[in-house]
Design a protein around this ligand. Sequence first.
Ligand SMILES: Nc1nc2c(ncn2[C@@H]2O[C@H](COP(=O)(O)OP(=O)(O)OP(=O)(O)O)[C@@H](O)[C@H]2O)c(=O)[nH]1
Ligand SMILES: [Mg+2]
Length: 464
Amino acid sequence: MAVRPATDDTIAAIATAPGTGGIGIIRISGQKAADLLRRIFRPLRPQSPLTSHKLYYGTIIDCQGQVLDEVLAVYMKAPHTYTREDVVELQSHGSHLVLQAILQEVLALGARAAEPGEFTKRAFLAGRIDLTRAEAVIDLLQAQTDSGMRLAVDQMQGALFDRVALVRDALIDLLALVEVAIDFPDDDVEILDVDTMLPQLQQKVVDPLKQLIASADKGKVIREGVKVVIVGRPNVGKSSLLNGLLCDDRALVTAIPGTTRDTIEELISVRGIPVHLVDTAGIRSHEDAVEELGIERARRKLEEADIVLFVVDLNAGITEADRELYQSLGIKKRIIVLNKLDIASAGEIARLRDEFSEELLVEISARQGAGLDELLDAMYAMILGSKEALTEQLSCAPNLRHRVILEKSLEACAHLRQTLESFAPADLVAVDIQVALDYLGDIVGLTTPEDVLDALFSRFCIGK
Ligand SMILES: Nc1nc2c(ncn2[C@@H]2O[C@H](COP(=O)(O)OP(=O)(O)OP(=O)(O)O)[C@@H](O)[C@H]2O)c(=O)[nH]1
Ligand SMILES: [Mg+2]
């Protein structure tokens, strides 16, 4: 783990979310933390010095000696802290005014306002966590579903770091084999055990790298979710479907065609995947000006959709307008949702199954809630790209930054293979291995450029 010199200034921030809460926390980290605490905190039972990692009850006093709030304070002596520096945390009442007043006092006494993610950046720079664990902290704060949360916690506990470490170890083993050949050239002829090295490279480096890259797409979906847009003619039951999937009467439903004007977007969890579900205005011609604007928006949402739920009314049957709209979906991933199963006209289901024999069809009754589980299963399988995905548990998933680096490392391995196969000198083989290793070092933060680190930590909120 790269240990970079820690900065000697002391940072402070409000660590709890803005707004009113039961309690709020101010966090201070750095060499002056203990001194700052002594200057603003009056424990109920004065004792000196304060014991590390013990909670004290008392008051915060401003420079005029005025009590700002009653708080619980803890001083945590380095290195057993989040940042590995001296850390102080003050738990005050969760009023934004109180928190601001205490923070101002701390800043006036010499602390600096922390940048977003600066506490976690210090934990990383001090070598307490690697970069994948630091990134997992952001993922955890931003997780939208249980699956996203689990993935983040696993990564925070080192799931991705461990997988990358295994690949790095395998490359280091290969490097050791090469170095033997460089150190002890037999009669000035280097003998590389290419027959041992090639299968090792494949099984312990290339295959695991490919597996990691393959899980990146799923990770993206679990972290960020997908956009699913409900479209169809007016009155086919789009808003009823949105309400059914949300288990809430979110959108207006009436028997009058053209009820929905604006688009309505809600977040739902589809078997743990965040889905941004969008209800749209029914698409038709000869509409009034307001409806026309709604239809315009519907078409824009359609373009942004990862998956389209194309709703057809089984009672009214399919019309030319349905067919036109269906054609306009082009190559979009879609599920044809046959709605109003409860009042379906005889033969319509069979006819539609025939007409859309190439498509994935799900029959539902949005009004009665029938078929919605099947629809959720179909959406889940389509999002993750396979039926097996229904039972598969993702153990770790690289993000886009990791993925790009993993691909570069894989390319370096392809080059390494060629070098080995062409019986090139051992020092050239060593260079190739080092290139692949350096890329993997970027993932965990061993060799990550400063600007990448800055960009990464700026995604955090202040106080984390
Ligand atoms: N019988 C039956 N009626 C349904 C079903 N789904 C929706 N409806 C009825 O169909 C009518 C239209 O439903 P909406 O959900 O408003 O349809 P929509 O596609 O959003 O319509 P627009 O917003 O006008 O485009 C309402 O009277 C609903 O109660 C269903 O599964 N069965
Ligand atoms: Mg509607």
